[in-house]
Write a protein that binds this ligand. Structure first.
Ligand code: NAD
Ligand code: GLY
Length: 352
């Protein structure tokens, strides 16, 4: 098993390994005294892994209750949030009890936000079951739900007390959902690790997920340790997200997050090359690697639609926003740009 310690304001370990779900209860019992654990999952993941998780917790002496939400982004909303809170109150959870998120980024973000706010905050555990959640959303303490007018508009920073990532769970992921996570992995290579980028081209992620997840979590650990509350370096993790979120929003969330991030990375890389910021060969290598992983690199929408969506992005500060711009493979910088200049970035990135 691999361990990555995250030295955030509330420090914790991320444990990564194959077949480790049955050991979760014992590990948690070493961290937290016996209590009620409310397992929150979705209706795809709970039938696959709910029993293994609940059994492991019960064997370690915890009382277990569970609540299952519908799968997919459309459940990450205030209605589901209210239902989970009500479930916890009805089951008389107290501040010394625990929540456990079993699932992908949707379950993780929602459960984390419930944990941040129920009884003014209780502890929670992340058990990521998608590649995207393993490398990104389960680590770092960003929690949120969506509003009908935009994604992740209500949330809080609330770190988990443990992240337990059994990489065997990735075996049941639909291929498209696995590819979503590959986009986030490629993002880590592009933003800060040229060796990782080269390894991704040489060996498919599916052949060695533990090592890839460990490296991505180490990178996220370093960024979160430097800027937990997202005022500086953490914005590097938004590489590909400004235009990616705009595509996601215009698609009415029918194109999954990772696919949108892939298109956003391709656009910003092409733009950086056209503006002489990034070598053209590096921008081409980004497109090639995304395509190697079956990810899209061209926006299905034009500039007008994307600019309208980008205008309501929560990353906008007044009339400016910070763009993560690659200067080459493994090196990305933050640039403050005027909203009015986004059209020229899109145009340089091949979106008219
Ligand atoms: P998701 O949670 O919707 O999972 C995708 C699909 O895979 C769902 O249908 C789910 O039921 C299914 N699934 C999950 N694990 C499975 C498994 N092991 N086997 C079979 N099916 C499985 O989506 P996601 O891609 O994991 O996460 C996307 C969400 O994460 C978005 O809401 C995004 O905003 C958020 N996010 C948050 C952060 C953060 O820092 N908090 C970072 C990146 C993304
Ligand atoms: N995924 C973006 C962040 O954690 O900051």
């Amino acid at each position: 098993m691999k361990f990555v310690h995250v030295p955030a304001s509330h420090p914790y370990d991320v444990c990564i390994g194959s077949g480790i779900l049955p050991q979760l209860g014992t590990q948690l019992a070493a961290l937290h005294k016996s209590c009620t654990v409310a397992v929150i999952s979705d209706d795809t993941v709970f039938p696959l892994y709910g029993e293994a998780v609940c059994d492991s917790l019960r064997c370690a002496g915890f009382r277990v209750v569970h609540h299952v939400i519908p799968s997919g982004e459309s459940a990450k909303n205030l209605t589901t949030y209210g239902e989970v809170l009500t479930f916890l109150a009805e089951n008389r959870l107290t501040r010394t009890d625990l929540l456990l998120a079993l699932g992908g980024g949707v379950v993780g973000d929602l459960t984390g936000f419930v944990a941040a706010t129920f009884l003014r905050g209780i502890d929670y555990v992340q058990v990521p079951t998608t590649l995207l959640a393993a490398v990104d959303s389960s680590v770092g303490g960003k929690t949120a739900v969506d509003l009908s007018v935009g994604k992740n508009l209500v949330g809080a920073f609330h770190q988990p007390i443990l992240v337990w990532c059994d990489t065997d769970t990735l075996a049941t992921l639909p291929a498209k959902t696995f590819r979503d996570g590959c986009a986030e992995v490629i993002k880590y290579g592009l933003l800060g690790d040229a060796d990782l980028f080269a390894r991704l081209a040489a060996q498919p992620i599916a052949e060695n997920p533990d090592a890839v997840i460990e490296r991505c979590v180490e990178m996220k650990r370093d960024i979160v340790a430097e800027d937990e509350f997202d005022t500086a370096a953490r914005q590097l993790l938004n590489l590909g997200h400004t235009f990616g979120h705009a595509i996601e929003s215009v698609s009415d969330y029918t194109i999954p997050h990772g696919h949108c991030v892939a298109m956003g990375m391709a656009i910003i890389s092409r733009a950086a090359a056209a503006m002489g910021i990034c070598p053209a060969a590096d921008a081409a290598a980004v497109e090639t690697l995304l395509q190697q992983y079956g990810l899209p690199t061209q926006s299905p929408y034009g500039a007008e639609a994307l600019l309208t969506a980008a205008a309501s992005d929560k990353k906008m500060k007044g009339s400016t926003l910070t763009l993560a711009v690659p200067e080459g493979i493994g090196h990305t910088v933050l640039r403050k740009v005027n909203a009015g200049d986004l059209r020229s970035w899109l145009s340089a990135g091949g979106v008219q």
